[in-house]
Design a protein around this ligand. Sequence first.
Ligand SMILES: *[C@@H]1O[C@H](CO)[C@@H](O)[C@H](O)[C@H]1NC(C)=O
Ligand SMILES: *[C@@H]1O[C@H](CO)[C@@H](O)[C@H](O)[C@H]1NC(C)=O
Length: 253
Amino acid sequence: MNKFYFIFSFAFILTNIFNTVAVDNKSLGEFCEKRLQNAKLVGWLKFEEHFKRINESGELKQEYESIPEGKLFPSDEGAKDENRVKNRYLDKYLAYDHSRVKLNKRYGDIEVVLDKCDFLDHYIVRNYLLRYQNKNKLVTHYHFMSWPDEGVPEHPSIMFNFVKAVRANRDYRPAKPLVVHCAGGMGRTGTFILIDSMLQAVQKFRKVDFAQQLCSMRSRRINLVETYPQYVFAHEVLSLAINEIKKAPRVHI
Ligand SMILES: *[C@@H]1O[C@H](CO)[C@@H](O)[C@H](O)[C@H]1NC(C)=O
Ligand SMILES: *[C@@H]1O[C@H](CO)[C@@H](O)[C@H](O)[C@H]1NC(C)=O
């Protein structure tokens, strides 16, 4: 049986840490062009102090504001009548042509059975069995509830525990595609992806560059990490995670 994951099915984004994306379009802007070429990596032991300093000095805000928002690449496919209706916001926030996911419309032959459902404090974990032409797939759906649209969760630990729960699934593989979505597939989706990819980076390389990763993510989907407080929140979650990893360096999150 094939197993794959389904978190929050709108934006399908593979986060390639420290791999720059080859997109034939210079409209990602000077800041991102430079940052994608030359990362400004921060070692994990200095991260907390670095974050506090740039948060207070305003550099973090400046960095966030330097990353271009809005439509950066063509999205002509999504603007076609047959595709427009599949988008929650019709003409707004269309998927870019070069990274869009083609939605399969044949739900009719697919049987979906809810196999298991666990209610936790801030999220629900559901196992769905999908059957199609004698093939089965198990889909694990992590449904996070404590996150207002355009806002941030109450405390970074809530998010950190959620990311850990996803990773604790025995079939979790960082290289396996995850499907992440919220309502618009930008703010909460982007923040989750940024947190998860920076957590992977800190464990793999002991270094992170948030702005570089967000530049790379924005080259694939419009407005990922929609607000500055969400960008700050992602840093807060990583600070918390680093403190936990320091206490138990052998434990892989
Ligand atoms: C970041 O800065 C804001 C104000 O600019 C402050 O309210 C917040 O507590 C700071 N966060 C951290 C973790 O330093
Ligand atoms: C880059 O993106 C902009 C905005 O969508 C578009 O107008 C322009 O033609 C694109 N350039 C290339 C080389 O694809």
